[in-house]
Ligand binder design. Structure first.
Ligand code: UT7
Length: 367
């Protein structure tokens, strides 16, 4: 049975920064309160010309370049997001087109902030089963577009960004070692975005009632999060035949410093083993784990051969954990320049659209 290794990674975070002081000019809050209750100092907010798909494409190209894997070699693309480009088509299909992944299947996955763990596990299981060889997993969010900037309970929390992993089959042991995924829909109403779906299609009333904004019972989510972060970590470690002593690094969902601290206490592990960057990015939902992982790697905290746990929780309610041995690129002589593929993808997309247009003219004549 092949192993599923993480062989490439990349992020894309918009440059514009929104500080706590900036938010204090919009709602009744202050830097001290936000930092004290969440650990957040600032977050990045997408420019008008950026979106969930554009951030996803940028992160993906970096991940593919590092893995030295051509987009044309991808078998599967999964985009995890709670702020997709559209209800449909899937953001993953837009990414497929824009990177030129000619033979890949593509779909979106919605498990909120736990989504990157779910998606990585799904890709790894497809590789482990032998049905595919190369997968691209992306967590991408522009939640700033769905935040009520008049609601101080939520607008202080979220930030935009994307992170991507390339997963590849290899006979060498390692890569994704175990994972657990959980859900509890009885808590569905604690964190929601109700408008625009089949239950509440967009109308003037849904807009006036604020149904197109994120709504959250912060305290309930906090209590739930502190309960599940530690237990999911233990469960995934047990499945991998490991204990907390075997873990080099925990990369948790970056929602709130206090939630991470509580998980560390529960697991009796020092905070130094936890990657924390919520102070500079806020909660980027499903993108937070890959962004934290890539940053840890770039800082030298996360190294090849390290045993890591990714653990997260979110709307649904969902939660999960995944244990992996961090691999790094598979040695190869070729060097993939993704910029070439980006160009090829644009041309290919243009010709396919043109062909579809011409086909439309001729089929109309035949009728
Ligand atoms: O990816 C999952 C996404 N969600 C989460 O992870 C959220 C988890 N929950 C949390 O992180 C916390 O519940 C929050 C940070 C959202 C809120 O912290 P809290 O300690 O639960 O505060 P609270 O809602 O109980 O509010 C305490 C007080 C209230 O005032 P009173 O009633 O005690 O006078 C609030 O009105 O703080 C007030 N408050 C604020 N004050 C200044 C609430 N929001 C703010 C604010 N600035 N932004």
């Amino acid at each position: 049975m092949p192993y599923a290794h993480i062989t490439g990674w990349g992020t894309s975070v918009p440059e514009p920064v929104l500080t706590n002081d900036d938010i204090a000019k919009m709602v009744d809050t202050n830097d001290e309160w936000i930092r004290g209750r969440t650990g957040i100092r600032e977050r990045h907010i997408a420019r008008e010309d950026q979106s969930t798909a554009t951030l996803a494409v940028e992160a993906s190209l970096k991940a593919l370049e590092l893995a030295n894997l051509a987009p044309t070699e991808l078998d599967l693309i999964i985009v995890s997001s709670s702020s997709p480009e559209y209800i449909f088509p899937a953001t993953a299909c837009l990414v497929q087109d824009q990177i030129g992944a000619t033979k890949a299947g593509a779909f979106d996955l919605l498990a909120a902030c736990s989504g990157f763990i779910y998606a990585t596990n799904m890709a790894a299981q497809s590789i482990r089963s032998g049905s595919i060889k190369n997968a691209l997993v992306i967590g991408s969010e522009t939640l700033s577009r769905f935040v009520d900037w008049k609601d101080r309970g939520t607008c202080i929390l979220f930030g935009d960004g994307a992170g991507a992993f390339v997963l590849q089959a290899s006979d060498k042991p390692g890569g994704v070692l175990s994972a657990v995924m959980h859900s509890d829909g009885s808590g569905a109403d604690t964190l929601t975005l109700l408008g625009g779906g089949a239950r509440h299609p967009a109308t003037e009333t849904t807009v006036l009632e604020g149904k197109h904004f994120i709504q959250m019972d912060g305290k309930a989510v906090f209590r739930f999060a502190t309960r599940v972060m530690g237990s999911a970590t233990r469960e995934a470690l047990e499945l991998a035949g490991m204990t907390t002593d075997d873990v080099d690094l925990i990369i948790p969902h970056q929602a709130n410093y206090r939630i991470i601290e509580t998980a560390a206490k529960y697991l009796k592990m020092p905070m130094e083993k936890f990657v924390v960057n919520v102070d500079r990015y806020g909660n980027t939902s499903t993108a937070s784990i890959p962004i934290a992982a890539v940053e840890a790697f770039e800082k030298g905290t996360l190294k090849s051969g390290n045993k890591v746990v990714f653990v997260g929780f979110g709307a649904g309610l969902t939660w999960g954990a995944l244990v992996a041995e961090w691999t790094g690129p598979i040695p190869t002589k070729k060097h993939v320049y993704t910029i070439q593929y980006r160009l090829f993808a644009r041309l290919r997309s243009f010709f396919r659209r043109a062909l579809r247009f011409i086909e439309g003219i001729f089929s109309r004549r035949e009728l």
